[in-house]
Design a protein around this ligand. Structure first.
Ligand SMILES: C[S@@+](CC[C@H](N)C(=O)[O-])C[C@H]1O[C@@H](n2cnc3c(N)ncnc32)[C@H](O)[C@@H]1O
Length: 397
């Protein structure tokens, strides 16, 4: 962990103080708040939260870099992987992206789908941050041909009527407000956030309600062991309902989540006694979510076993679960790299492309820490996803 964080500017300190004050107010009115609520306020409080306020987040001048921000190869491979599913869904097929970030993925994905004759009728984006929605719109309008931009639409909530096509999300699940729990004397406690005598945020544990306690007991039953005394970790008890709300109306098509995480028995290793939660501030990583409210990203890894359970519970057929490197290679990374290299103007551009491939695929970079989980509904998966099924590792779940 990197303890020496860069000093925020005066404006940033003032901004963070406004959000901290609003959270303190909430705690004064109703008592300590669940950590998930604290995280939600830190990330999404209108105008103040990390994702809702105007600061640059992605890329080398921001706080972290995501795969679509490295360059176009990631989006091109995802588009190649899912173009057959989109075609199978017919002329009204939709591409539905959750949490579009800077808009880089949508731009590169739509261009690649066009090159493969697989343009969706609509490209929907669901983005809770008003600031990011505006940035996405500006970028896509400036960087896409009018015919492609005309297909983009921003939704205020998940579709409420039947639709078919592709649902895609990169690094969105890790940004969902997470519940932190701990175990004492066989009882489950939920971590809350309170304010101490110096007005600083502190964590306090309170007996978990039935939903959280039930979710933790489900984990223990599945793992076949109890968490030891003082063991602390995270869980997303709302994941099945969240997925149902997002994809419940998807009549036909594919769902792809890419994120960092583990299978359950690796996520809840007995020696991982303080969970997976991490904070990102200007490319420094640390584990204190209670500082810098609104200025830093707060994330936790994904329990891919839980995601698989939620997908199956929502009526989807599991197709493939693979390391990002394997998924991208199975989805045409070599060909996408060769095509981009051919068009690269100079040695510097060719070098940058090679670096992009390394970041996306090397095990010590994003290659194995990030994983891809693919589901389908009412599709001939053997015919449409043969390369991705070949790299499936779902037996690890
Ligand atoms: C770490 S960023 C990833 C952005 C982008 N997908 C990328 O890979 O560059 C997380 C994104 O998810 C969005 N997000 C968070 N919760 C969401 C939700 N419930 N539904 C849709 N998007 C969400 C955030 O606002 C942000 O755009």
């Amino acid at each position: 962990m990197d303890r020496a964080l860069p000093e925020p500017s005066e404006d940033e300190i003032a901004h963070s103080a406004r959000l901290a004050e609003a959270i303190r107010h909430e705690i004064a009115a109703s008592g300590p708040i669940p950590f998930a609520r604290f995280m939600e306020r830190c990330l999404y409080a209108p105008g103040l939260g990390y994702y809702s306020a105007g600061r640059l987040k992605f890329g080398k001048d921001g706080d972290f870099v995501t795969a679509p921000e490295l360059g176009p190869l990631f989006a091109r491979c995802v588009a190649r992987a899912l173009a057959p599913a989109l075609r199978a869904c017919g002329k009204d097929a939709v591409w539905f992206e959750l949490g579009g970030g800077s808009g880089a993925f949508a731009r590169d994905c739509l261009s690649e789908l066009q090159a493969h004759g697989a343009l969706p009728r609509h490209y929907w984006l669901l983005e809770p941050s008003a600031d990011l929605r505006e940035r996405q719109r500006e970028r896509l309008q400036a960087e896409l041909p009018a015919e492609l931009f005309a297909r983009c639409a921003w939704l205020d909530r998940p579709p409420q009527h039947a639709w078919s096509g592709v649902l895609f999300a990169n690094e969105v699940l890790d940004a969902l407000p997470i519940t932190r729990f701990t175990s004492h004397d066989g009882e489950v406690f939920e971590e809350h956030v309170d304010v101490d005598a110096n007005a600083a945020f502190v964590r306090v544990d309170r007996p978990a309600d039935a939903l959280v306690a039930g979710a933790v007991r489900h984990l223990q039953r599945h793992l076949g062991r109890e968490f030891g005394d003082g063991y602390r970790s995270e869980v997303l008890p709302q994941l099945p309902w969240w997925l149902e709300a997002i994809a419940g109306e998807q009549a036909r098509g594919a769902v792809l989540f890419v994120d960092y995480g583990y299978v359950r028995r690796e996520f809840y290793l007995p020696e991982r006694r303080d969970g997976t939660l991490l904070c990102h501030y200007r490319h420094r990583v640390h584990d204190d979510p209670l500082i810098l409210p609104g200025l830093q990203d707060i994330t936790a890894s994904i329990d891919f076993t839980a995601l698989s359970e939620a997908g199956i519970g929502a009526g989807f057929e599991p197709v493939s679960y693979a390391f990002q490197s394997e998924f991208l290679i199975a989805s045409g990374l070599d060909a996408a790299f060769a095509a981009a290299r051919e068009k690269a103007g100079d040695e510097a551009a060719r070098y940058a492309l090679a670096q992009q491939v390394k970041r996306l695929t090397l095990p010590g970079e994003m290659g194995e820490r990030f994983q891809a989980m693919l589901f389908a509904r009412d599709l001939d998966i053997g015919a449409l996803f043969a390369p991705q099924i070949q790299v499936d590792r779902s037996e690890r779940l």
